[in-house]
Design a protein around this ligand. Structure first.
Ligand SMILES: C[S@@+](CC[C@H](N)C(=O)[O-])C[C@H]1O[C@@H](n2cnc3c(N)ncnc32)[C@H](O)[C@@H]1O
Length: 221
């Protein structure tokens, strides 16, 4: 048992039925930390991409976001615009899928909660709605309800599509969408995009979006 984002007690099991049907047993904070410490350097790299293909309500992803935001805070807290840009890059590097819709929704909510708490603690009334909206949009694209075994939504059977985000130049970001199944089959592992954001070895995107200011993401979607 461990403590949740708002000091509540985290339970590792929600119901016996969910354990039987979906193997849903959440990882305790101590084990999450121990496992992430094995790749500590990557968890502290702001743009290092992580995908959890059975993310539950986000125990690993939440801790990864905390670690990345610690680095953003330590480097950029004196400049609001830099903090906003690098925190959006941090959020955009975190991906998750879960077969249970409520888990995926809860995971998004927890990540957003951690983000908004940090942001408002630092910049209070100067926080921008546009920044929160960009973060919400990224989370809606990165944390998905889906079956990681057949790469589709369990009800609609539509293919899972992930967005690759790259900070290109200045305050602009580039979005390219890829079919999850293809990413996995091309690489034979759950690696997403390479560090240079170069998709040449995995496939062509199914959609390529114009560069957009990081505070305007999703506004034309
Ligand atoms: C053992 S729990 C781990 C949850 C989370 N990773 C953690 O460590 O707290 C397994 C999770 O996988 C999800 N799951 C089971 N089968 C899945 C599938 N085929 N695709 C995606 N998620 C799946 C369950 O809903 C559950 O949330």
């Amino acid at each position: 048992m461990s403590f949740g984002d708002e000091g509540s007690v985290d339970l590792q099991v929600k119901s016996k039925k969910r354990v039987v049907d979906h193997g849903e047993v959440f990882t305790a904070q101590r084990e999450v930390n121990a496992m992430l410490d094995l790749v500590k350097h990557e968890t502290e790299r702001i743009d290092s991409r992580f995908l959890e293909p059975a993310c539950g309500d986000g125990n690993f992803l939440v801790e990864i976001l905390r670690r990345k935001l610690d680095v953003v805070d330590s480097r950029y807290r004196k400049s609001q615009s830099d903090w906003e840009l690098y925190s959006v890059v941090a959020i955009s590097s975190i991906y998750g899928v879960d077969i249970l819709e409520d888990n995926a929704m809860e995971c998004r909510k927890r990540l957003l909660g951690i983000y908004t708490e940090r942001y408002s603690n630092l910049f209070k009334k100067d926080c921008k709605d546009d920044c929160i909206r960009s973060v919400e949009f990224i989370l809606s694209r990165n944390i998905l309800w889906g079956d990681a075994l057949d790469f589709t939504n369990p009800i609609t059977k539509e293919a899972i599509v992930f967005s690759e985000w790259s900070a290109v130049t200045g305050n602009m970001m580039k979005r390219r969408d890829y079919v999850f199944k293809f990413l996995v089959e091309q690489t034979h592992q759950f690696s997403m995009f390479n560090d240079e954001g170069n998709a040449a070895t995995i496939d062509e995107p199914i959609r390529d979006f114009p560069m957009t200011h990081f505070l305007k993401l999703g506004q034309d979607d």
